[in-house]
Design a protein around this ligand. Structure first.
Ligand code: ARG
Length: 415
């Protein structure tokens, strides 16, 4: 009797799985179109919808050969958010980089699992219009260029949600029974990003039902101000009101506290890497409050030239992270500079929250560079007033020489 040839094992694909319609359809689509076994991976970076066990099992039900739920919150805080706070992470001076910060850790886990399972492919559920596809793919290639990347949502021709639902129903993939939210939401410990629906008209005020972390400062917040003291050790928050706490727990507590006072909403037009301007709403109560406090402490502890130079480094750092270049030598080098600046950023900042505002009203540190004797106008003044006279003469000398020359040729005040 002829021996049956052993069946060739299929190659594997690691899929970044969220449990939503797109990535659920992707499980079957990859199986059908690429003839690959799918290992679904759901990564917990502190998003609101926390039932990861349900999500994990859903992937198995659809046909993934394996499904993993990874809690990476501590690593996210330790490796990524700690650097973000030191860098005062802010793209275009407004957006604290919520989604951009979670991608590097997700990418790292996808590649680790690809190695663990001997997978040849890695897939993500990003569309072809956003920044996230860039972040996933640039990151994956930086960590392992031999992996083949699949982007089903970008590749398939399921143009509308209806077509996608139909495709799913035909294959027994569970589809959402409630009317789908018109918004696209991505969230993690550092905040929430909300896009699409009516928000695509930049003139329309965001409806109040999009917010989950922040109260409406006009109608829902307390009439009394609340104060809180944030402690920092070498640039990273380590205490609340004098009580030591992990940075992770401080983020959670500050999301709650700042959000309750209606602080942390951002409505902006943002420049995506792919060249599109988009209207973005963010809810970042904790992140924004902590960055505000961190900057206030830096004002006290950083020498002027370092502080000024760092502003430029921060902007470059934010551009790199936004543009998917976390795993790049320049980001790492800038992070080295930033790290050095934080050695003496240890101390406390007192914040006041009231009706949508967060204001630093006090700061103190063992390493404070604030010198009362130099700053005061009282009798304790130790500043050398005589030195000011000579300093000002030399400081203004170049422009004085220039003005004299213009006068000489009859062009006074003209360039
Ligand atoms: N525009 C923001 C960014 O590029 C948010 C992206 C949110 N992603 C999403 N899938 N809704 O970082």
């Amino acid at each position: 009797m002829a021996q049956q040839a052993p069946q060739q094992a299929r190659e594997k694909c690691i899929l970044a799985y969220s449990g939503g319609l797109d990535t659920s359809v992707a499980i079957k689509w990859i199986d059908e179109n690429y003839d690959l076994d799918v290992v679904a991976v759901c990564v917990d970076v502190g998003q609101e919808r926390q039932d990861l066990e349900f999500v994990r099992e859903k992937a198995l039900g659809i046909g993934a050969i394996e499904s993993r739920a990874l809690d990476v919150r501590e690593e996210f805080v330790g490796d990524i958010l700690s650097e973000a706070i030191k860098a005062n992470s802010m793209y275009e001076n407004k957006y604290p980089l919520v989604s951009a910060l979670s991608r590097p850790i997700i990418v790292k886990k996808l590649v680790e699992l690809a190695h663990q399972y001997g997978a040849t492919h890695v897939a993500h559920g990003c569309t072809g219009k956003g920044n996230d596809q860039v972040r996933f793919e640039v990151g994956i290639r930086a960590l392992d260029p031999t992996l083949t990347i699949l982007a089903p949502v970008r590749e398939w021709d399921l143009r509308t949600r209806e077509q996608e639902m139909e495709w799913a129903i035909e294959r027994g993939i569970p589809v959402p029974t409630t009317k789908a939210s018109p918004y696209s939401i991505d969230d993690n410990l550092w905040g929430r990003a909300i896009e699409c629906g009516v928000l695509e008209d930049p003139w329309v005020e965001p409806p109040s039902d999009i917010y989950t972390l922040t109260s409406d400062a006009r109608t829902q917040t307390s009439d009394e101000a609340q104060y809180v003291i944030i402690g920092f050790h070498e640039g990273v928050p380590n205490a609340l009101d004098g009580e030591e706490m992990s940075f992770h727990d401080i983020i959670i507590a500050m999301n709650e506290l700042a959000g309750k006072h209606g602080f942390g909403r951002i409505d902006m037009i943002e420049n995506r890497l792919i060249g599109v301007k988009s209207r973005e709403i963010y809810e970042v109560p904790g992140a924004l409050a902590l960055i505000t406090a961190h900057k206030a402490l830096e004002d006290l502890c950083l020498e002027r030239e370092v502080l000024h130079y760092k502003l430029g480094v921060e902007q470059r750092w934010a551009d790199l992270v936004y543009n998917g270049l976390w795993y790049s030598p320049l980001r790492e080098a800038l992070a080295g500079f930033i790290e050095t600046t934080q050695k003496l950023v240890t101390g406390e900042v007192r914040l006041r929250f009231f009706k949508g505002s967060c204001v630093p009203v006090g700061r103190r540190s063992t390493y404070s560079l604030y010198d009362y004797g130099l700053a005061t106008y009282d009798e304790d003044d130790s500043f050398d007033h005589d030195a000011a006279d000579g300093f000002i003469k030399l400081h203004g000398l170049p422009s004085q020489v220039w003005a004299a020359q213009r006068r000489k040729v009859g062009k006074e005040g003209e360039i």
